[in-house]
Design a protein around this ligand. Sequence first.
Ligand SMILES: *[C@@H]1O[C@H](CO)[C@@H](O)[C@H](O)[C@H]1NC(C)=O
Ligand SMILES: *[C@@H]1O[C@H](CO)[C@@H](O)[C@H](O)[C@H]1NC(C)=O
Length: 219
Amino acid sequence: MAHIHLILLSTLIFSVNAQFELFQMVQQWPPATCTNVLCARSPSPTRFTIHGLWPANYTKRYLVCRQRTKFSETIQGFAALEPLLTYHWPNLKRGKDKTFWRKEWNKHGPCSENVFNQVQYFQTALNIRTNPRYDLLAILNAAKLGPTGNTSRQYQVIKNAIQAATGKKPGLRCNVNKNTKQTQLHEIVLCFHKDGATLIDCPFADCPPRFAFYLSTSF
Ligand SMILES: *[C@@H]1O[C@H](CO)[C@@H](O)[C@H](O)[C@H]1NC(C)=O
Ligand SMILES: *[C@@H]1O[C@H](CO)[C@@H](O)[C@H](O)[C@H]1NC(C)=O
């Protein structure tokens, strides 16, 4: 009987964990977020900030987590991360940063909980964001591809610059700027092995061949 339970249990754990194969580290360009939603700070920060760390698999970029461990503010070790999270993972919209962290964790975190608990998950995102090798704005500025006024950028050129600097293919996500109606660079995705540290090619891409990359909400 115990033996059967063990088999059932391991099948269950396997089916819960099987789907998660990689992380998408999604960083947003605040001016591109804040042209379309009401943001708390004006002007928007002009540095990439974290949107989320999303467990994915090669066929499905948004996984629905079966485990449902809720975000905890009081879990041991979390308070120590808050100053860096406040800087790198701010809630651009009105509201508390913690509300954003809670939403992101509750939606995505439990999908990779077999590898990282809540504290490790947020620490992993911070490790990536603060690693100078992955400083996206520095990479783009060095390649003279930083944000500007109304200059159009090419997908291949931006992708190639990041790939040349990091060694792996990023994913680019765009949205439509409500004011100019132009498609604009909104987010850059770096993909990682499930260890959260080994960079891999991103299997997903969203932007069209050309788009704008505005320096501010009013470019
Ligand atoms: C990827 O995730 C989808 C949706 O949850 C699932 O149907 C599929 O089996 C997963 N693929 C792998 C290889 O785990
Ligand atoms: C920005 O550039 C696009 C494409 O070159 C052009 O169609 C658009 O009119 C420009 N918008 C402004 C406000 O200059």
